[in-house]
Write a protein that binds this ligand. Structure first.
Ligand code: F6R
Length: 366
């Protein structure tokens, strides 16, 4: 049942190319330049005219929501707010019938997310669900939606659910951009072509497994980790840190790289491994200077960079070279080495990666 893998988590990490293909199948065509999300078309008028999107989710799905915020605002120029479902439901938020609420949930059973959409429904917002489990409570409670089609995710740590959520979100952002005319058709096609290439680029990234395992062996006894990224890689930093803490029980924090100097920089010494997501084309020089700041304080630098990078290679203790892609799609690639790093560290520490202590696959109590 684990398909020759030792753990479900590893199997699911390796399933990501196929899961993404499944999540995109029939929903886009790059050469013909179309995107068709069934669930989106049905309500396209309301979605088209939405003054803003509210996204609600928990945990890893909330990280996908952050990526959605960056993408939808960047590509479609519609305001987006992202909320932890547990806060949203209790803080008396402003929600009107003009709002579209996107709920993201692998299990479709997360109690806080479900309660958040019930509240939004009472206030007459349109609910769009992005779920993996077919027929789940959140899928049923939504007016419209799309399934991620990642297949069953058994490992408690979410991996392929995250990458398929991000793939779907990309389609939503592109479809909105198309409808709103905020993006030239040629650019839209370029991104669609690149999205079709993502599964093979993830395959290529997975071949770095042995190298990542060597890095894991060096840092497995660390008591803290920092993950830093900017732009589209900031949510990836949060997600990388969450993967590490939940399965290896090492304290880890994700931060926007530039925010480091507002506090976390005080933590950096020769015992602090710092994982940089440094694949951005925009803000590259700024990331280089963030890397220099860590190096000056003797932090250990593990950097995820594009193939052929030279500047960061010269500064980092370890580099993980991933294939280059469109910047907006980079989370789909850069998350993969972080999933593998967390996996190997947890195994080396003797942790039960598929069923970490204190965690359940779906959190049906608040
Ligand atoms: C992290 C993880 C959790 C879930 C969160 C939301 O790896 O698994 O943080 O992402 O509990 O779960 P869903 O997506 O089922 O609503």
């Amino acid at each position: 049942e684990k398909g020759g893998f030792e753990h479900f988590m590893l199997k699911e990490i390796y399933e990501q190319p196929k899961a993404i293909e499944d999540s995109l199948r029939g929903r886009m065509n790059a050469s013909q330049g179309w995107i068709k999300l069934g669930g989106l078309n049905e309500y396209i008028n309301k979605i088209d005219n939405a003054d803003r999107f509210l996204i609600t989710a928990c945990g890893t799905s909330w990280h996908s929501g952050l990526i959605a915020e960056y993408m939808i605002e960047d590509l479609a120029r519609v305001p987006v707010e992202v909320e932890y479902a547990s806060e949203f439901r209790y803080r008396n938020p402003i929600i009107t019938e003009k709002d579209v609420v996107i709920a993201i949930s692998q299990s479709g059973e997360t109690a806080d997310t479900l309660a958040a959409i019930e509240l939004a429904k009472e206030r007459r917002a349109l609910i769009y669900g992005i779920c993996n489990v077919i027929g789940s409570s959140i899928a049923r409670a939504s007016h419209a939606g799309s399934y991620t089609h990642a297949g069953p995710e058994i490992g408690v740590a979410s991996t392929k659910a995250f990458s398929t959520q991000v793939s779907l979100i990309t389609l939503i952002a592109l479809q909105l951009a198309q409808v709103k005319g905020t993006m030239p058709t040629s650019k839209l096609r370029e991104i669609l072509y690149e999205l079709e290439n993502i599964p093979s680029k993830i395959e290529e990234t997975l071949t770095l497994d042995a190298q990542i395992k060597e890095i894991a062996a060096i840092y497995k006894d660390a008591s803290n980790f920092l993950y830093l990224g900017r732009g589209y890689n900031f949510p990836v930093a949060l997600e990388g840190a969450l993967k590490l803490k939940e399965i290896s029980y090492i304290h880890a924090e994700g931060y926007p790289a530039a925010e480091m100097k507002h506090g976390p920089i005080a933590l950096i010494d020769e015992n602090m491994p710092v994982v940089f997501l440094a694949t951005n084309r925009s803000a590259y020089e700024k990331i280089v200077s963030n890397v220099q700041e860590v190096k000056a304080r003797k932090g250990k630098i593990i950097a995820v960079v594009h193939k052929g990078d030279t500047q960061i290679r010269a500064l980092a203790d370890h580099i993980i070279e991933v294939p280059e892609t469109e910047e907006i799609l980079s989370p789909l690639i850069t998350i993969v080495p972080l999933q593998l790093l967390a996996y190997h560290i947890a195994i080396m520490r003797g942790c039960n990666v598929d069923q970490p202590r204190n965690l359940a696959k779906s959190v049906t109590v608040e």
